[in-house]
Ligand binder design. Structure first.
Ligand SMILES: [Zn+2]
Length: 271
């Protein structure tokens, strides 16, 4: 059995204001930050943790986030760089369903989708202030059709012909495959998960996802302004620190312009 490998797939960049990245703290002004997906080559199959954003969707719905993404930074493009194709992926794990974490799901038509049961519920029933976050439901055409019907929108013409994935919803902290751990880190959204990957030759990698955008957020214990519950968000950051300490894990942040350059990116890999 070969060792687990982890590839970071660069997904391009977006812009938000500094006051959103560092809630009630700032400083304000444009902050351009990276998005990426995590591919895990595991004895049980190919897993992908989050799938970045869809450029056309962002231009359509949130053009003020100024997406910069090359064809190599899409899920099909990034997979091609390491000799894989979307249909090779066996499992998609979504930390949560904000548009910058599920934009590439629609390409992964053979995969089983793993997420927190509360997060799937949130896609259908979110708070009004979460509408832009949950704006890309293209990973599930049934869900998208339901939401459009609720909003009184006429169905897309020609009809959306994507697919409805097979889900495996989970709750609680779980080892979903040998050395792949999901830790509940709610607050940013209702059913947010962070992922820890144990590897043979290095410290475990702890992918915070949006429970913590960057090292600076962690150093300041400052959450982002995009959250369902600020107190739970902060508790999740404390939990991540405790997990990292307990397992001697290295944290990899979701949107860290300062750290991202030091992360090894595909075709390089961690093992
Ligand atoms: Zn995000």
């Amino acid at each position: 059995m070969s060792d687990t490998k982890v590839y970071l797939l660069d997904g391009g960049t977006l812009v938000i204001d500094g006051f959103h990245a560092f809630w009630n703290r700032g400083p304000g002004g444009e902050l351009r930050f990276p998005c990426y997906a995590v591919l895990i080559e595991h004895a049980d199959g190919l897993y992908i943790f989050d799938t970045g954003y869809d450029h056309a969707h962002v231009m359509d719905v949130l053009p003020f986030e100024k997406p910069l993404q090359t064809p190599e930074q899409t899920i099909p493009g990034a997979l091609a760089k390491i000799g894989k194709k979307p249909s090779d992926i066996n499992y998609v794990i979504n930390s949560h369903y904000h548009f910058d974490h599920c934009g590439g799901n629609k390409y992964l038509t053979e995969a089983c989708t793993v997420c927190h049961s509360k997060e799937l519920e949130a896609c259908e029933c979110f708070q009004p202030f979460e509408a832009l976050g949950y704006s890309d439901l293209s990973f599930d055409s049934d869900l998208e059709a339901k939401r459009d019907a609720k909003a009184g929108k006429t169905p897309a013409e020609p009809p959306l012909d994507i697919y409805t994935p097979k889900y495996e919803t989970v709750t609680g902290d779980q080892e979903i495959a040998k050395g792949l751990w999901l830790f509940e880190t709610p607050g940013h959204t209702a059913g947010h998960y962070s992922l820890m990957v144990e590897l043979a030759n290095r410290r475990p990698m702890l992918f915070t996802a949006d429970a913590c955008y960057s090292q600076k957020n962690m150093d300041l214990m400052c959450i982002s302004s995009f959250h369902l519950d600020p107190v739970a968000s902060l508790q999740s950051m404390v939990k991540l620190k405790e997990i990292a300490e307990k397992h001697d894990a290295e944290m990899f942040y979701s949107h860290d312009p300062d750290s991202f350059g030091s992360y090894l990116q595909a075709p390089g890999f961690y093992s």
